[in-house]
Design a protein around this ligand. Structure first.
Ligand SMILES: [Ca+2]
Length: 440
């Protein structure tokens, strides 16, 4: 029973204002199966993560979508139906929020639990137990159900620096904290709990829409997802306000900072020299970007933005892009409800309505070894419905889009290991993966 009560509570808050059932979305933009694949997008070699030179920072290999002219003509296999199966079946977690594998050769996997623990276990499907790597439950606030330990990213030079970054909620006053911690000198499977260096604190007006994604880009900079500050409908207009960090994806340099600075703003960020704008902002107009990722082959950034009442959206994030909230919710006008001015706004790649779920969870472009039909496809899902979709995009438009599986999972996140295997995290259970229906 407790589980059901907990799940009901989660649904009401994670969706935060999603309770009103809106009209169906335009059929052309519905996240439903569409055409057969036409794009000839060849998988490129997977770049390995390498420590970034200290200074000056390298130029951004623009995570900007470019029309595909990828050279070869090997067509991917068409998307096909999948099923979900348990991974690491002996391991269960309490409100799992992230799974991350550092590229340090240690073959370990790290998982975050929303109340404030990081656990570590060997990358072995037979792993019998996970051990506590860091416990910051005393620092983490879960006063609101969307608060907690939400993000984890290992520094690109983790194997030499021992640095990793976390994003969590704190109380009194309510805020989000981005911190760096360091691995213990004595035990690589323990973090030093006294090593916290606070990089950034962001006041949060409400308990919901905290964002929380942390990812190091292929450029070595740290990208951070921030929601609009919560409430309903973005009451302070944070999404369209470049003067606040809320409602945006940030890009900062945490390795090139000179103390007492804790980070520096990359000089090629899009709003660095714009009066009244925060230089940390990479893209804005977001409501609650619940997970984003970089395609390991193309460097393109994909994000999910959780909707208000009617539509959940998938975006390709471009430098300086305005993703519309709260003028628009997905492909629909929000404020004003009709006749909104869409000039200068980036439209979503795909949307779905309340018939298919209520809170989108962004995933990854699959570049893994085991599922050829998913090669090069962006995989994402819905927390409430458990549906998981795959889509292909040729740089201009969606060329293939399929409901891969209608699962029973409460999908808090997707994850990708060093070898690009894809995982699905189900809130109070554990780790899952996709497998072909009827064998490979
Ligand atoms: Ca949008």
């Amino acid at each position: 029973m407790a589980l059901f009560v907990a799940l009901a509570a989660i649904l009401t808050f994670l969706t935060a204002g999603c309770s009103v059932r809106g009209p169906a979305s335009p059929p052309s933009l519905q996240a439903t199966p569409t055409s057969t694949p036409t794009a000839a997008q060849s998988p490129l070699p997977t770049p390995t993560l390498t420590p970034r030179p200290t200074s000056p920072p390298p130029r951004t290999p623009s995570p900007t979508p470019t029309p595909t002219a990828s050279g070869t003509s090997a067509s991917p296999q068409p998307l096909r139906a999948m099923r979900v199966e348990r991974a690491f079946p002996a391991l269960t977690f309490l409100r799992i929020t992230n799974l991350v594998q550092p590229d340090d050769g240690s073959k370990r996997i790290f998982v975050t639990e929303q109340p404030g623990r990081i656990l570590v276990f060997p990358d072995n499907q037979g792993a019998a137990q996970a051990q506590v790597f860091l416990d910051i439950r005393s620092k983490v606030s879960e006063a609101h159900n969307e608060e907690g330990l939400l993000g984890l990213a290992f520094a690109p030079a983790f194997s030499s620096s021992g640095h990793f970054y976390v994003y969590y909620s704190a109380a009194n006053p309510r805020r989000s904290i981005l911190s760096r911690f360091t691995v213990s000198q004595a035990d690589p499977n323990m973090a030093d709990p006294t090593s916290e260096l606070i990089i950034m604190e962001i006041p949060q007006p409400f308990g919901n829409h905290n964002g929380g994604q942390l990812v190091f880009g292929p450029d070595g900079f740290l990208y951070i997802g921030l929601g609009d500050g919560g409430g309903s409908g973005d009451p302070s207009g944070n999404g369209q306000n470049l003067g606040t960090l809320l409602g945006a994806i940030l890009r900062i340099d945490v390795s090139g900072a000179l103390p007492p600075q804790t980070y520096r703003i990359p000089p090629d960020n899009p709003f660095v020299n714009v009066a009244g704008a925060r230089g940390e902002i990479w893209a804005y107009g977001l409501r609650n970007p619940w997970r984003f990722s970089f395609d390991r082959a193309t460097g393109r950034m994909w994000a999910a933005d959780v909707g208000q009442n009617r539509q959940e959206e998938t975006d390709i994030i471009m430098k300086g892009g305005n993703y519309g909230w709260n003028k628009m919710e997905g492909s629909l006008c929000f404020s004003p409800p009709t006749g909104c001015n869409t000039a200068g706004l980036e439209m979503p790649v795909a949307v779905y309505g309340r018939d298919d779920g209520c809170s989108v969870t962004g995933g990854f472009v699959y570049r893994g070894p085991g599922l050829p039909s998913l090669q090069g496809a962006y995989v994402y899902g819905d927390f409430c419905s458990g549906k998981i979709w795959g889509l292909r995009h040729d740089g201009r438009s969606v060329t293939e889009h399929l409901l891969l599986v209608d699962s029973n999972l409460s999908i808090t996140s997707f994850a990708q290991d060093v070898a690009s295997n894809l995982y699905i995290l189900s809130r109070n259970e554990g780790i899952y993966r996709l497998a072909p229906v009827g064998g490979p």
